[in-house]
Ligand binder design. Structure first.
Ligand code: SAH
Ligand code: ZN
Length: 701
């Protein structure tokens, strides 16, 4: 978050500024020296172009369909004039040039990419064949004094996102047919089909609604009715659907074709559309979620088809391709319907220019899940991320917290909770604490907690504290002495797993309010590391080099320069979506024991751990994963990493509700992924400014 900018300074040859950033660990404002073009570099480094260029199925099918289109036009005796909208690295234009097109026009709206494409095209020897227009296609003019002398008769374009139309494809095609293309042109791809599949799954529904929490002894924490009726978050829930464990959902319908988008120009694309389809429920269940994906008809006969379906629904499973630039999505009906096997259920699908929404109606009931698209009115769905909602519903976490509270609470306990949006204060109150103070400095999560407190009639017992921890005085806790401090701990500003260490920074400020025997939970924070082999995730940062015979290295260089400016050694990723195999046992990098007084007063804490790779494995280590564990008692532990004990050589099953930190090994620099024996992980933690600095060193045999 940038708030203020101080005067510019020069560091080396780079122009940098001081920007103020809230440090997620300390919760304090820091001044950081940051490259002025940080946002620009981050946009390039994280743009996903690399993953797209590693998508071999996509590249090959575009190449093949383009070859077919050019062949058709040649046979008709027409000159071949190709327009490539959104050329990126220039790849599709170079394909067209190589295939013998007479002219190729490439446009690109994102300026740094247009520049990069121009250089790549020169380097590959197509400089005089391909004309680059650094503009959005909708700004292009045709005519003797325009950007293009005449209309093109082939359009090749790849302007799709996970929702297909989210990047503005409908208008891009509509405008191109109206202004830039000949009537009888061929478009690659020619059309797209959108499919949905209805699923019954308590598990996926837990990403959408906060469920009642049953407590031991019969108590229940109920969500406010406004939340259960709410339309939900408008943000797309895109995910690697294929990684969802099959045991966690039941399919209620076969894939249903809900929309066909004809890009060929034969019939106009609709900017707003609705469709109704009926399916017969395959089994009893609830319509908890609607899975969505699409396919592309690359050529006019749909002989070349590219499908984004998850494995279980893929028309050609042998072609299943991993990709991160197009995933699948889940849409959540407002109120799930209960349906019975054989019952007819209607799916009403809607789209506008950029987004989609779905409703369901059952023939046997008057209930329906109608809404005009998602719109959160309760505040919860826009305050909490899907993973935070999932975490608040996680039965495993509930068990740990309720066990802990049952072990530690007495009827005279005064409890203080510190987190963002945790329901721990309600659990403590319901399980018998005399008084609970909930420190919620986050304005947004506090409002949600207050709704829960009121709805569960706990205003007398749970008091919400809004102040920063250092501002709290004994009057704020009515002169009581706190005897139990507890946190999940979870804070929304955390980016990496160890940022939740903020809990203990807050506790440290509160010593004056605690009783002498006060207990603080969790007691221990452990940072763990492990070497892994990612099946696919390495592709997001791996240089492309050659792509379908074209040299894209200049693009790799651009990404590398930008990563140096904007990327840190460790980046967050939700690993349950990205399969990997363990190449070593987990090792402890550092354990922070919070019972030891003054640990945050150290100037610097250093730690080093050595990961020993199992060299007998066939898997090649290509990454290091870091995560944290919170130990509440000897038995009660929450892992933000593996859900089960790690077996070296086996697939790792990660927590569904947190991101882990990853460091990818590449063949460049000092990291070499061949013949690795050990990896040393060193951590330098500077408590005063909350900096965690990791250094990784690889050693070969
Ligand atoms: N064609 C390249 C890149 C595809 S990514 C390839 O297949 O590898 C899509 C690119 O299209 C992005 O670079 C984006 O900036 C650009 N883009 C999207 N809509 C556009 C439009 N209407 N006009 C120009 N560029 C567009
Ligand atoms: Zn809501």
């Amino acid at each position: 978050m940038k708030l203020t900018v101080l005067p510019r300074v020069y560091v080396g040859r780079k122009m940098s500024s001081f920007v103020s950033i809230v440090n997620p660990c300390t919760g304090k404002m820091d001044w950081k020296l940051q490259d002025d073009r940080y946002d620009y570099h981050q946009e390039i480094a994280r743009s996903g172009y690399a993953d797209m260029l590693h998508d071999t199925e996509r590249n090959k099918k575009y190449y093949k369909a383009l070859a077919d289109a050019i062949h058709i036009k040649r046979k008709l005796g027409e000159p071949v004039n190709v327009l490539d909208i959104g050329t990126g690295t220039g790849l599709l234009s170079m394909m067209a040039a190589k295939l013998g097109a007479d002219t190729v026009t490439a446009c690109e709206a994102f300026e740094p990419m247009a520049k990069c494409a121009s250089k790549i095209i020169q380097q590959n020897g197509f400089g005089d064949k391909i004309q680059i227009i650094p503009k959005r296609s909708t700004e292009i003019t045709v005519g003797s004094d325009g950007d293009m002398p005449e209309r093109a008769n082939i359009l090749v374009t790849e302007v799709f996102d996970t929702e297909l139309i989210g990047e503005g494809a409908i208008n891009t095609f509509t405008h191109a047919h109206r202004e830039l293309l000949q009537k009888n042109c061929i478009v690659v791809p020619s059309a797209a089909n959108m499919y949905v599949q209805v699923a019954s799954s308590d598990f996926i529904r837990r990403w959408r609604d906060i469920r009642p929490i049953q407590l031991p002894g019969g108590g229940t924490i109920l969500p406010p009715p406004g939340m259960t009726r709410c339309g939900g978050a408008p943000a797309l829930h895109d995910l690697q659907l294929h990684e969802l464990p099959q045991s966690q959902f039941q399919i209620l319908s076969s894939p249903v074709l809900v929309f066909r988008f004809d890009f060929s120009g034969k019939s106009p694309l609709k900017f707003d559309n609705q469709s109704e389809r009926t399916f017969q429920a395959l089994c009893d269940g609830k319509t908890d979620g609607i899975f969505m994906w699409w396919d592309l008809e690359m050529d006019t006969k749909n002989i070349i088809n590219l499908s984004c379906a998850p494995g279980w629904a893929h028309p050609r499973p042998e072609e299943l391709q991993w990709r991160d630039h197009w995933m699948q999505a889940i849409y959540y009906p407002n109120q799930p319907l209960s349906v019975q096997k054989g019952e007819n259920v209607k799916i009403i699908s809607n789209h506008d220019e950029y987004s989609l929404w779905f409703n369901l109606q059952s023939e046997n009931s008057v209930e329906n899940s109608f809404s005009d698209g998602p719109a959160c009115v309760c505040g919860m769905h826009v305050t909490f991320s899907r993973s935070q909602i999932g975490m608040l519903n996680d039965p495993h976490r509930h068990d740990i917290y309720t066990s802990l509270l049952k072990q530690t609470l007495t009827p005279s306990s005064t409890v203080l909770t510190i987190s963002d949006g945790s329901l721990l204060p309600l659990m403590a109150a319901k399980l018998g604490a005399k008084k609970v103070y909930a420190l919620e400095t986050n304005n947004f999560t506090r409002r949600i907690l207050e709704q829960f407190i009121t709805h569960n009639d706990l205003n007398e017992v749970v008091i919400v504290l809004k102040k920063e921890p250092e501002e709290l005085t004994p009057e704020d806790v009515h002169g009581h002495k706190i005897d139990l401090v507890i946190g999940e701990p979870y804070f929304q500003s955390a980016v990496l797993p160890w940022h939740h260490v903020h809990f203990w920074y807050a506790v440290r400020q509160l010593s004056g309010l605690l009783s002498e025997q006060a207990a603080v939970f969790p007691k221990l924070l452990t940072i763990k590391a492990m070497a892994v082999c990612f099946r696919d995730l390495w592709k997001i940062r791996s240089p492309v080099g050659m792509c379908e015979g074209f040299n894209i290295q200049l693009f790799d260089d651009l990404v590398e320069t930008s990563s140096e400016v904007s990327d840190s050694e460790v980046e967050p990723q939700p690993l349950w979506e990205y399969p990997c195999t363990a190449c070593s046992d987990p090792v402890t990098v550092q354990s922070f024991d919070f019972c030891k007084a003054g640990w945050l007063d150290n100037l610097c804490l250093s730690a080093e751990a050595t990961i020993k790779l199992d060299t007998s494995l066939n898997e090649k280590c290509n990454g290091i994963v870091l995560w944290t564990e919170y130990q509440f008692t000897d038995q009660l532990k929450v892992s933000l990493g593996p859900r089960e004990k790690v077996v070296v050589g086996g697939k790792v099953n990660w927590d569904f509700y947190s991101k882990q930190g990853i460091h990818l090994l590449t063949n460049k620099g000092t990291d070499t992924v061949e013949h690795l024996k050990t990896i040393s992980v060193s951590l330098k933690f500077i408590p005063i400014n909350g900096d965690f600095d990791f250094v990784f060193k690889t050693k070969c045999s």
